[in-house]
Design a binder for this molecule. Sequence first.
Ligand SMILES: C[S@@+](CC[C@H](N)C(=O)[O-])C[C@H]1O[C@@H](n2cnc3c(N)ncnc32)[C@H](O)[C@@H]1O
Length: 273
Amino acid sequence: MTHSSASQVVRQILEGPVTRPALLRWRRQQFLSEAGFGSYFGVFDSFAQARDWLPASPEFDHAALAAEYVDVRTKRVFPYDYPVMWWLDRAFRDGANRVLDIGGSVGVHFYAYRRYVEMPRDLSWRVVEVPAIASIGRDMVGRPGAEADGLSFTGDLEHVMGGGDDIWIAAGSLQYFENARPGELLRHCAVRPRYLLLNKLPLHDGQDYVTAQNIGAGCFSPVHVYNRKQYVEEIEARGYVLRDQWPVLERSLYLPGFPERCVPQFSGLYFVR
Ligand SMILES: C[S@@+](CC[C@H](N)C(=O)[O-])C[C@H]1O[C@@H](n2cnc3c(N)ncnc32)[C@H](O)[C@@H]1O
């Protein structure tokens, strides 16, 4: 038996009716501590309900959360980035040159992908971010040798999303926005993008729900988990075709006490209008 299947068996036993209350107490305590970094806990009806339960924190709007993105994620790509780079490269070859990168941190995808993808000369790459992270991103653009002329930052998704961008990228981010289902965003968007590259999404076959994640540095955030079929159909209803999809094996969501709500692997989706 492999280590992961052994730990699945242990989990199954702990999820049983006798041990479940103790499991939940233990995991709750762990979730709220430093050791709970990255873990998920709880099922909530809404972001507001999750926020009422969570310890007060700035959520993602905290400069300390940028460190790993600045030090590591601007400099390397991960296996789940390859489908995004592949389709991005094709879109650029087809003449696209305006990217809206929703939740793109300090510009991680801009910096990391340009090592492998030839960026258009007249590129506009606009990142939507929370104030603390956007401010670090802007500082980086201004550093000598950054060569990041096309990269800019904004905090206002609603204001910029109809601005005629060709490509929307959202990697591991839309689930943290309270109201950002792509189907809904596109409904309110005057000029819709031609390409949608959505990566690292918690999609599953069950119903939508809200949970919470320990995101590090004493910060916590509500998170949406979505029903895959509905999520995709809402985008298709706005005139898009799902051209590609891929599993993101490096991301999963284990929810203590709710085995049927776990997401064994996240997903990536690529749509073309
Ligand atoms: C898990 S990180 C992913 C970062 C990057 N896209 C990546 O794949 O490495 C989620 C990002 O979404 C941003 N984010 C979350 N909620 C946001 C909001 N309401 N407005 C703007 N950005 C938000 C966070 O600041 C964070 O940088």
